[in-house]
Design a binder for this molecule. Structure first.
Ligand code: GLA
Length: 717
């Protein structure tokens, strides 16, 4: 996969290729990222050199301008005035020293990374001789994926201290073209909204300084041709395998060339003592010419095979969660009652959400005191778990281990453990303070309290929550050390309790990124479970995440976040398209919908492998949303048809299905109609229609009213 020739290095696995070379004066030049080239023979290197007024001639060489050169490790100060990839006061050169190929990948220490088995890595060492700084660029390629990993390691090889201001994990220079940026934006309860706009001349950047990768601007990007669609056209995808502060920069220069960078935010003033190294988080790059749909398939396969923790399937019990039915009003009788009801209705797990620990009556108190509240759980968590499991259910528990309430034993004992302890009145979010995980004693404490609860009670699932932004921390190093500590804690807990499923949550999707995916089996996608809102959220998420990474439940109606009333069926159908599914309904609601709940639990249980392993396609996006989920064998196909707004006299809709095996025939569940794959893919499948008058309906009917959905199931015969 990695080939070296007099033209440079080519990393090419037949799906994607990356090429670079050592230019004059040892500068690392970027040659290509995109489709497979096969070989660098006959490859004409971009860019060419030309006379350009106002540019700086590098080292007295006329027409050699770093300011227009496509580089791998650009820095400021010698003629490149674009966004630097490496910044350190005094940096004046980065000159090629050596290169080596390694099997597998670079050890990134505590940082999460894609699994390296079968991969090959090219490491290129460059140095600044005057300053005594070494920058090693690592590029990793796997067979069978259109994905490449890139990172840099910066080491102080001098005998005096240095400061590192910036070390972009990813920095590539793309040739001139008219392109779009696609990225995700959002906020609490409306995460993962896709934005697309033209790249204009100038610098566009987004990122997070909130201490989490954030719902506002998670670290994902796609650069597309302006005419790229869902099915066609070039896409270059980028993602950072990191969960803290980050920054993405897209800079289009005056010649239309585009520099794309992803990494920790610049200006970090990271102290590097002699001999010390900084390892930047891993960035992933993807290329496809099959549109945004092709990009999603590339990410989905890669995430499932290389990022998500490996587990034996199935491990996604259909669950009942206490949050939206009971909030903080939980006690052992209520939980046992819910467990019995849940079991009767076909659920497989009971999840006790917030409210179970010492003194917790609302969100003002008790975070940090992770023992069962003696008043409401007098028999203790071990006994409660025993009772729940005796009903034949698994037991899950909510934690928010990175946080502390002022009103807590932990805070009274260790007021100095919080971030901002040295400040007058550190900011509170949801009435809570953040523990400073960069302190070793805090890290050890968090690991030990969670571990001791996992030892005390038979717990199969941990919902690991984090419900505020991190303020009062302007030290980039401590913010990064916080993340490394978090990764270490979760890694150790996973190792000690390999049977436990860990769910990542940060008020929903406030820390939903590829870093967390390496350590958590799934993510609580959003606190919004209203089906209409979730359509957009899950649709946006599906661009980067496979369904197996998403969690959902059927919550109450009217929805507690936006007040919208929705049918049980609409909630069921949208929640279907997540790897982990369940309910958060009170005993009364469960009873009122008993037969639907039972049927749904059966549906969810029987389709666990389909949602976690199937191929997901977005067939239509807009007022009507149509999704297709196809099992890996192609035997089973589920179509979601959702129409957000009711319309009088609506048009007949039909949709072409994708990726079925020609020659196969499919039978529609319910109606028994038989379809040939060719007909479904070429002519299309008619969608259900709202027939306000006809009785009996002439076509498969869609419910009347807003937010109408239908699940159509086809089976190969
Ligand atoms: C966050 C989570 C919710 C719930 C509450 C409990 O908001 O996203 O699912 O667990 O905390 O306080």
């Amino acid at each position: 996969m990695i080939e070296e020739s007099e033209k440079g290095w080519l990393l090419d696995n037949g799906l994607v290729a990356y090429a670079l070379r050592v230019g004059e004066d040892g500068v690392l030049e970027h040659l290509h990222f995109g489709g497979s080239l096969g070989s660098l023979a006959g490859f004409s290197a971009w860019p060419r050199q030309a006379y350009r007024s106002l540019q700086i001639d590098d080292r007295g060489k006329p027409f050699r301008h770093l300011g227009t050169l496509a580089q791998e490790l650009p820095f400021f100060g010698r003629g490149d005035f674009r966004s630097p990839a490496i910044a350190a006061p005094g940096l004046d050169e980065l000159v090629f020293e050596s290169a080596r190929k390694i099997e597998g990948g670079l050890d990134l220490g505590d940082l999460p990374s894609a699994r390296f088995e079968g991969a090959e890595t090219l490491q290129i060492r460059t140095v600044s001789r005057h300053m005594g700084l070494e920058v090693v660029l690592s590029l990793t390629l796997w067979p069978g994926h259109p994905v490449l990993a890139r990172t840099v390691t910066v080491r102080n090889i001098s005998d005096r201290p240095h400061l590192l201001d910036r070390a972009s994990s990813l920095s590539i220079d793309l040739p001139q073209a008219d392109r779009h940026i696609v990225h995700l934006t959002g906020s609490w309860a409306r995460e993962m909204h896709l934005q697309r706009h033209r790249i204009e001349t100038g610098r566009f950047s987004f990122g997070s300084c909130r201490g989490t990768s954030s719902a506002q601007h998670p670290p994902f990007i796609a650069l597309t041709d302006t005419d790229t669609t869902e099915l066609h056209g070039e896409v270059l995808g980028g993602a950072l395998v990191y969960s803290g502060n980050h920054e993405t920069v897209v800079e289009k220069d005056e010649f239309g060339a585009v520099r794309l960078q992803m990494g920790l935010p610049g200006g970090m003033r990271w102290p590097l003592a002699p001999g010390e190294a900084f390892i930047a988080p891993q960035a992933l790059l993807l290329h496809t010419d099959r549109g945004l749909g092709g990009m999603s398939h590339g990410w989905h396969d890669f995430v499932r095979e290389r990022l998500l923790p490996e587990r034996r399937e199935p491990y996604r019990p259909v669950y009942l969660n206490t949050w939206e039915s009971a909030y903080f009003e939980v006690d052992e009788d209520k939980v046992e009652k819910l467990a019995r009801a849940a079991k009767k209705l076909g659920c497989e797990m009971l999840v006790l959400d917030d409210g179970w620990f010492k003194g917790r009556r609302d969100d003002h108190t008790s975070l940090g005191d992770w023992q069962a509240d003696p008043k409401r759980f007098s028999r203790g968590m071990g006994e409660l778990a025993r009772r729940v499991t005796a009903e034949g259910l698994k037991f899950g528990l909510w934690f928010e281990p990175e946080m502390v309430s002022r009103e807590s034993d932990l805070y009274r004992e260790h007021p100095d453990w919080i971030i901002g302890a040295d400040r007058d009145r550190p900011g509170e979010g949801r009435n809570q303070l953040t523990l400073d995980l960069s302190r070793p004693e805090v890290e050890a404490h968090i690991e030990s309290v969670v571990a001791s609860m996992l030892r005390e009670a038979d717990i199969s699932y941990v919902k690991w929550d984090m419900n505020r932004f991190v303020s009062d921390l302007d030290d980039a190093k401590r913010a990064h050390l916080y993340m490394l500590a978090l990764y270490r804690i979760v890694r150790k807990l996973r190792k000690a309790f390999p049977g436990v499923v860990f769910e990542n949550c940060a008020s929903g999707g406030n820390r939903f990124d590829f870093g967390m995916l390496c350590l958590f089996d799934q993510t609580w996608t959003s606190d919004l479970c209203d089906p209409e809102g979730r359509l957009d959220i899950q649709s946006g998420a599906s661009h980067f995440f496979p369904l197996s990474a998403l969690a959902s439940y059927i919550g109450p109606s009217p929805n507690h976040q936006n007040g919208r009333i929705s049918s049980f069926e609409a909630r069921r159908d949208v929640a279907f398209f997540c790897g982990s599914r369940g309910f958060s309904l009170s005993a009364e609601e469960l009873e009122a919908h008993a037969s639907s709940v039972k049927e749904t639990a059966g549906l969810y249980t029987s389709t666990q492998s389909l949602v976690t392993k199937g191929r997901f396609d977005r067939l239509r996006t807009g007022a009507e949303i149509i999704w297709q989920l196809t099992s890996p064998s192609g035997d089973e196909v589920v179509i979601l048809y959702a129409r957000k707004r009711s319309e009088p006299n609506p048009p007949f809709a039909s949709v072409r299905l994708r990726n079925l095996e020609k020659g196969s025939a499919y039978r529609m569940e319910g109606s028994g109609e038989l379809w040939r794959a060719e007909s479904l893919m070429v002519a299309g499948l008619p969608m259900p229609h709202t027939d306000h008058r006809a009785n009996p309906p002439l076509m498969k009917a869609l419910p009347t009213g807003d937010m109408a959905t239908a699940l159509l199931r086809l089976r190969r015969v």
